[in-house]
Each structure stands twice: as structure tokens, then as C-alpha cells.
Write a protein that binds this ligand. Structure first.
Ligand code: ARG
Length: 459
């Protein structure tokens, strides 16, 4: 047990207390951030004259050595230390002696961990955005290839109106685009640096907090030291954004599972992204999509966990806050893994265009357009709705589509039908006449794709 605070104590911590209290097994993830923070701190301490340049140089060289040894594996971060901060400081003192004992001057583990967590979160926000950008490009590629690939659009999981694969994919493009914008906003709101807040009340040393803030890539220091050490809002915001990303992935996964099912056969997931059954030889299961959908639970759990942990904490730092890490780290990794896996699966999916087109045609997805046709011929909409309803009923009975009926048959329901009905309710017409902004029509979809491309260029 290597503790930094033994002086005031007359006996050693009970082993189970030590283990319960320790965070090294998970906060070792913050090693790089911890060293970066220490470098900035000692650089500033020397610049304001709290330590000498020689001491600063010794400490920086010591930190370089520790970092190199941890990277090479020569030095392991083990549970012999209480947390990553103790690990770095104890190793520094072992290496360079007395100068190492000055590292923690004017600093507390409270502002140290607040900084480490913020630096780590900032990096994760950026890497998540990068993964999403890749996914957006994949979606955009599918859109460009499928501007004219007709499929049924659904409401209530009932066939509704014909759309295209490009249009359906475009909906997910918008969702993940909002996610990228949310991450950019979270990133820009993390501009204050907690280092220098001390334990809670700042310090009596003449710290140059502006300098450390700049060295660490922040704009300004946090403006209240109690809030500085105990603010985890940015983490809650990131977890909330991760929950939304995961919710989007989960909805997409659900559709992929449905489309890939034996009943739908709209798509086929590539063998490389499918799994088999140990007993049923015929099976090819969409396990990756199911897992992505399933992992949503733990990501939501991380947000609920942190919100609940934070809700009863009086100012300023309390040990409860150590609980901000494990589930957050898990959620960050889970979501990035899910994005990457999902992206790979999506980019290798095969669309069964014929099956989709047939499904659209056989599902009365042109019924609205047939009613609109009658309206254009002077029939009031409510009457037209009723006439087409009767035709649909008859078609269901015969197992045919509306445009399988002869003109004669159609005219027995309404004199307003003419030869041009067949063209008016073809799937192609139904889609391509939908030209309002955001609709699936070919011409407007070209504009939408251009806007997607512009977005990708500007991120
Ligand atoms: N391991 C602690 C955490 O993660 C570091 C801060 C400890 N500070 C303290 N005064 N006990 O929150």
C-alpha cells in the first residue's frame, strides 16, 4: 500500500478498506492526462518562482522517464498505489528524490482529478465525433447509390407510402449529424480549466492559473474553485449525448434486424458481420445489430448512475465523485465500439432491391396517390379516400395491387379514372413527384445529398 497521506495516522488502513477506497484499477486510464497536467503545473510553478528551473527540469525529466517506461511496459501501474496520482508522484520521488516532493505544491488531488477527467473526456468527445464522421460518410455513400432504389416507407410498421433507400438512410444521416453537432457544442463548452482550484479554496501560492489553462488547451481557469473541483456537468452532458447516439444506433439496428429477417429479406448482412447457431445449421443471425441494440442499456445506465451519484453531494469534493469513472469509461468505449462495428456492418450490407420494390408495390403504398389522382380529376378528397378504400378491399381479396386492376374495373368504382392512372400511381411517379424539401423525390434528393456533402466538408 503506497499512500500519500500517512502522516496523521497511527495505524495502517485495513486491507479491505484500502481496496474499497482505491481507484487505481480504473483511474490508471487517466495516466497520460495526469502526467500532462503535472507538466503544466510544474512549468507554471517555476515561472512564478515557487520552484526553481532546475527543480522543474528534474521533475519534467522524471515525468518523461515514467511515461516512457509505462509506455514500454517496463513500469506497470499496479494496485500497490491508491490511485494514478499517487502512482505518478511516488514513482517520481523514487526516481529523482527531493525535487519530486515538490510536484504537488499548490495542488490537490481534487483539482488534479477534476482536470484529468476533463482532459480525458475532451479527447473522447473528439474521437467519438471522428467515428461518427466516418459513419456519416458510409451513410452518404449508400444514399448516393440508392437515389432510385424504391422501398416501402412505414408508419406503425405498416406499409405507408413508397420512399427510397436514399431517403431512409438520409433520416439517419440527420440523426448522426445532430450528434456530431451536439459533440461539437459539448467540446466548445469545456473551455475552463479546474487546475489551481486546490482542494476547494484555491491556494496561497501565487499560481498563474491562466498559464496552466493555456498550456492545457483551455481558454480560461474555472472561476469558482469549489465548483472547479466538483463540477461534472460536462461529463453528464457527454454521457447524455452518448445515450442519444446509442439510441440512434439502436433504432437503426432494430430496422436492420427486421429488414434482414426471413420474412422481409430487404437486405442481407455480410457473412463477416453475422454469426451462426450451434444447433440450427441454416441460421445466420444479426448478432452485431442485436448487441448494439442491447448495449444501449449499459450506456443509459452510466448516465443514470452519474446523475444519481451527483444529486446528493454537498460542495465541494466528496469521495462519491470517484464513482464518476468506471461506468463513464465503459460507456465511452462501448459507444465508440458500437459506432465502428455498426459502420462496418452497414457498409457491407447488400440491398435486395427487387424485394424492396415488390414489397412497396404489393403493399398499397400508392393508395394515397391514387386518391390524390381522383382529387385532381375533380372528386372531393373524402369521396376519393372512400373509393380507393373500396378498391383496396377488393384488391386484398384478389391478392393484387391497385395497378393490377384493368381500367374497366377501376371505372366501375369511379368514372373519373382514365388511362393515365397507371402512370400516376407507379412507384416511380409516387416517389418522384414528392418534391417538397426533405422528401424522397429524385430531384430534391440530389439537393439533399449536396447539403449532406456540404456538412461533411465543414466539420
Ligand atoms: N481517486 C479520487 C477520485 O477519483 C481522486 C481524488 C481524491 N481526493 C481525495 N481527497 N480523496 O475522485
Amino acid at each position: 500500500m503506497a499512500q500519500l497521506w500517512g502522516g496523521r495516522f497511527t495505524k495502517a488502513t485495513d486491507q479491505i478498506v484500502y481496496d474499497f477506497n482505491a481507484s487505481i484499477n480504473f483511474d490508471k486510464k487517466l495516466f497520460e492526462q495526469d502526467v500532462r497536467g503535472s507538466r503544466a503545473h510544474v512549468t507554471m510553478l517555476a515561472s512564478v518562482g515557487v520552484i526553481t528551473d532546475d527543480e522543474k527540469n528534474q521533475i519534467l525529466a522524471g515525468l518523461d522517464g515514467i511515461e516512457a517506461d509505462v509506455k514500454s511496459g517496463a513500469l506497470q501501474i499496479t494496485s500497490e498505489y491508491e490511485d494514478v496520482h499517487s502512482f505518478v508522484e511516488a514513482n517520481l520521488i523514487d526516481r529523482i528524490g527531493d525535487a519530486g516532493k515538490k510536484l504537488h505544491t499548490g495542488r490537490s488531488r481534487n483539482d488534479q482529478v477534476a482536470l484529468d477527467m476533463k482532459l480525458y473526456t475532451r479527447e473522447q468527445v473528439n474521437s467519438t465525433a471522428k467515428a461518427l464522421e466516418h459513419l456519416l460518410n458510409t451513410i452518404l455513400g449508400i444514399m448516393e447509390e440508392n437515389i432510385d432504389t424504391i422501398m416501402p416507407g412505414f408508419t406503425h410498421l405498416q406499409k405507408a407510402q413508397p420512399i427510397t433507400v436514399a431517403h431512409h438512410m438520409g433520416a439517419y444521416f440527420e440523426m448522426f449529424k445532430r450528434d456530431v453537432m451536439r459533440l461539437a457544442f459539448i467540446n466548445s463548452s469545456m473551455y475552463t480549466c479546474p487546475l489551481g482550484s486546490g482542494a476547494l479554496a484555491g491556494t496561497t501560492y501565487p499560481l498563474d492559473r491562466d498559464m496552466t489553462a493555456k498550456l492545457l488547451g483551455f481558454e480560461i481557469p474555472t472561476l469558482n474553485s469549489m465548483d472547479g473541483v466538483s463540477d461534472r456537468d460536462y461529463l453528464i452532458e457527454f454521457l447524455s449525448a452518448l445515450c442519444t447516439i446509442q439510441m440512434h444506433l439502436s433504432r437503426f439496428s432494430e430496422e436492420i434486424i427486421i429488414w434482414n429477417s426471413n420474412e422481409y429479406r430487404f437486405i442481407e448482412i455480410d457473412d463477416a458481420f453475422s454469426t451462426g447457431s450451434s444447433i440450427m445449421p441454416q441460421k445466420k443471425n444479426p448478432d452485431i445489430a442485436e448487441l448494439v441494440r442491447g448495449k444501449t442499456g449499459r450506456v443509459y445506465g452510466a448516465l443514470m448512475s452519474l446523475l444519481t451519484t451527483m444529486k446528493g453531494i454537498p460542495l465541494a469534493y466528496n469521495k462519491d465523485m470517484q464513482e464518476d469513472k468506471e461506468m463513464s469509461f465503459d460507456a465511452m468505449k462501448t459507444v465508440q465500439d458500437c459506432i465502428i462495428l455498426f459502420d462496418g456492418m452497414l457498409s457491407t450490407i447488400k440491398f435486395n432491391k427487387d424485394v424492396m420494390a415488390k414489397s412497396a408495390r404489393n403493399g398499397f403504398t400508392n393508395a394515397t396517390d391514387a386518391a390524390d389522382y381522383l382529387v385532381n380529376k375533380g372528386v372531393p378528397f373524402r369521396d376519393a379516400h372512400g373509393i380507393i378504400g373500396q378498391i383496396v378491399l377488393a384488391c386484398i381479396d384478389k391478392g393484387i395491387a391497385i395497378d393490377d386492376m384493368s381500367l374497366e374495373e377501376l371505372r366501375s368504382y369511379s368514372e373519373a379514372f382514365d388511362e393515365d392512372i397507371f402512370d400516376a400511381i407507379s412507384m416511380e411517379t409516387c416517389v418522384n413527384k414528392r418534391l417538397t424539401v426533405g422528401a424522397p423525390g429524385h430531384d430534391v434528393m440530389l439537393d439533399e445529398i449536396q447539403l449532406c456533402k456540404d456538412f461533411m466538408k465543414n466539420i
